[in-house]
Design a binder for this molecule. Structure first.
Ligand code: ZN
Length: 85
């Protein structure tokens, strides 16, 4: 008996009583699951501002602060890059 360790689905029933665990076709492999791909997770400042406003729920004071910090980070990153070149 081969069970999926993720969803418990029977992958193969060999007729043996001993249960082995694997990953079925519909569950992601552990390596695929842990592999983080943030390359598509780039948001513009307006989106970030909106999200912060929703989360904090104030009059936009915190989101303004967040945007200012992000701009500062960007400026720092640009400066560092220029230094390296
Ligand atoms: Zn599964």
């Amino acid at each position: 008996m081969l069970l999926c360790e993720k969803c418990g689905k029977i992958i193969a029933d060999s007729g043996y009583e001993k249960v082995h665990y694997g990953i079925c076709a519909s569950c992601p492999l552990p390596s695929e699951e842990t592999k983080e791909d943030n390359s598509e997770l780039l948001f513009d400042l307006e989106t970030i501002r909106e999200v912060v406003d929703i989360v904090i729920g104030d009059d936009g004071f915190r989101s303004k602060e967040v945007i200012e910090i992000l701009k500062m980070e960007k400026a720092n990153a640009t400066r560092t890059t220029q230094k390296v070149q």
